[in-house]
Write a protein that binds this ligand. Structure first.
Ligand code: NA7
Length: 549
């Protein structure tokens, strides 16, 4: 609508990209390279996605900076000099902005523009998109909405009654927050809480951590990135990038495992665990081959970490409270910290175990548990996200014959290869549910999806602009396969956000696909068989497809 109420003609594009994080930026650049007229709509005022929103103190990537960066431009890869082994949020955001400037992406990004609805127009074979700023249409709709972008506040009565500020780590004020002299509460001890807590503890007068479930965490051992490290990576980049793309199960280079945790003798086990603990980072998880499939092997590693926690934390009860016991290690993403457990030895920090004394309510003054009320000046919710599906379902997407994505996904997300949906032609999800996504180096998975989407668009062009969607039977088989692969591991034993377990009422379905290497092999096998599992229909005939979802 125009300002005087008259309807303006929708803007027309070849492709609409939703989101200008790492997925959206790369997609936009790639579409341009194909000669397509593309636009990206972005809710934020800047690029960077996850790294635009998650500005809480201590925010840092748990994938090493030399691996958590784009590989699609050799000059960019050579020129950008990361300063630390693990990049901080400000540095990653700077990198995102550098990429946007360097490739002149901003001219095709509409900031402060939220995509509200998208409807497939079968007669015209295009998507009609409604944004907060107006209407647009395009042949292709690409959801680069991110896996951890719908911040989730806790369902605690009285949250809105609190008189002080309430922050969420996933939607942090751009101007920062000064906690000096303040009594601060942090609710949540996932990766975000574990990164933020040591930083807030240093600033605040007092910090009280409200923990429902303890998390396994290993030291980051972060350090400056030396010239020698940088030079070594540069020299080895082509092979290391290839290995990450094609052979590394998580798209990340780790030291190879030394054997099975179950069978290795005590001395060798301890030596390897000690060594990896000191080296730091998620490399710790790759020490043994059997930890994700054998509960006893897993327990042996988990015991090691619990003993470490007990050795670090002075107060025995606090130490026990910080030890996870009710789910296997690594079935939730391993946290990577800098002085997290040590923080509980500070005199101004205390831990409330919500398993013993649950929160009853947030009050105007503070937080009330079954043990009583405590007053605060600020509350930080490090309570996570409606992961993987939240940002997609926030858009009213309607495919063939008006079918709603919310209905299609009512019992859990369904997509072929985590990339395309039956009944939703010419629409793709970058790192969508059913693809390795959050179980991988996100950049590796993003780059592969951007490449695949480009190849599918070319395949459509080669078929006189045919409309492409997932075949329903192929989609069903893929969804079953994703679940079967997960069921062979210990992953489903944790009530994790991978399972949708952190959102009340969300279907309990294991959403990501396990194995970057296996995924690529399966996708390439399908592509080699003339894109098996995808239906190509002549444009303008999509409405004939079945209405069932
Ligand atoms: P996570 O990992 O989902 O952690 C959220 C934390 O918040 C977790 O400890 C939750 O406890 C806790 N939580 C959530 N709701 C509540 C309520 N109502 N009361 C008390 N505690 C609550 O999110 P993060 O942002 O830390 O990390 C997300 C990903 O980002 C991470 O995996 C990395 O990939 C990067 P719970 O475990 O549900 O008992």
């Amino acid at each position: 609508m125009t300002q005087n109420g008259a309807s303006a003609a929708p803007e027309s594009f070849d492709a609409i990209v939703v989101g200008a994080g790492f997925g959206g930026m790369h997609m936009l650049h790639s579409l341009r390279g194909m000669g397509l007229r593309a636009v990206a709509f972005e809710t934020g005022t800047g690029v960077g996605g996850t790294w635009f929103w998650n500005r809480y103190p201590g925010a840092r990537c748990d994938v090493e900076s030399m691996q958590y960066s784009y590989s699609w431009d050799a000059d960019l890869q050579r020129d950008w000099r990361w300063t630390e082994r693990y990049a901080s949020q400000p540095e990653i955001l700077k990198y995102a902005n550098h990429v946007a400037d360097r490739f002149d992406l901003r001219r095709d990004i509409r900031f402060e523009t939220r995509v509200e609805a998208a409807t497939w127009d079968a007669a015209r074979s295009l998507w009609r998109v409604r944004t907060s700023a107006g209407e647009a249409e395009a042949t292709w709709l690409i959801l680069a909405t991110g896996c951890l972008s719908a911040a989730k506040k806790p369902e605690i009565p009285g949250l809105d009654d609190f008189q002080g500020p309430v922050y969420h780590t996933g939607d942090w004020p751009h101007e920062g927050v000064d906690f000096a002299g303040k009594r601060v509460a942090v609710i949540g001890t996932g990766s975000s809480g574990i990164q933020a807590i040591p930083e807030i503890a240093r600033q605040a007068a007092s910090l009280t951590v409200y923990q429902r479930t303890p998390n396994y965490s290993v030291p980051a051992s972060n350090r400056p990135l030396e010239d020698a490290d940088f030079a070594e990576w540069q020299a080895e980049y082509p092979e290391r990038r290839r290995f990450a793309r094609e052979e590394a199960p998580g798209g990340i280079l780790y030291e190879p495992p030394i054997g099975e945790a179950l069978t290795v003798d005590e001395a060798a086990f301890k030596k390897e665990m000690d060594r990896r603990w000191i080296v730091g980072g998620p490399n710790f998880r790759a020490a043994f081959t059997d930890v994700m499939v054998d509960a006893d092997a897993n327990t042996r590693v988990a015991d090691y970490v619990r003993d470490r926690v007990r050795a670090i934390v002075d107060d025995p009860q606090t130490a026990e409270d910080l030890c996870p016991t009710d789910y296997p290690i690594f079935t939730k993403r391993i946290c990577v910290d800098t002085g997290y457990f040590q923080t509980f030895n500070r005199p101004n920090v205390s831990l409330v175990n919500l398993r013993r004394t649950p929160i009853e309510a947030i009050t105007p003054r503070g937080i009330r548990t079954t043990a009583g009320e405590q007053a605060f000046d600020a509350i930080v919710c490090a309570t996570g996200f409606d992961a993987m599906t939240g940002a997609i379902l926030a858009i009213d997407i309607r495919g063939e014959q008006g079918a709603r994505i919310a209905d299609k996904w009512a019992e859990g997300p369904r997509a072929y290869l985590g990339l395309a949906l039956a009944g939703f032609p010419n629409m793709f999800t970058i790192t969508g549910p059913g693809s390795p996504s959050v179980l991988s180096n996100m950049i590796v998975s993003i780059e592969y999806h951007v490449e695949l989407i480009g190849r599918l668009i070319e395949a459509s062009k080669a078929r006189q602009g045919a409309v492409v969607a997932a075949d329903r039977a192929a989609e069903d088989a893929w969804v079953t396969h994703v679940g079967e692969v997960a069921a062979q591991t210990l992953y489903p034993r944790a009530a994790s956000w991978y399972m949708g377990a952190n959102v009340p009422g969300k279907p309990r379905v294991f959403m990501p696909y396990l194995g970057v290497d296996a995924y690529r092999k399966r996708v390439e096998a399908a592509a080699a068989e003339d894109w098996r599992g995808f239906d190509f229909q002549p444009a303008g005939q999509g409405a004939e497809a079945t209405a069932s979802v």
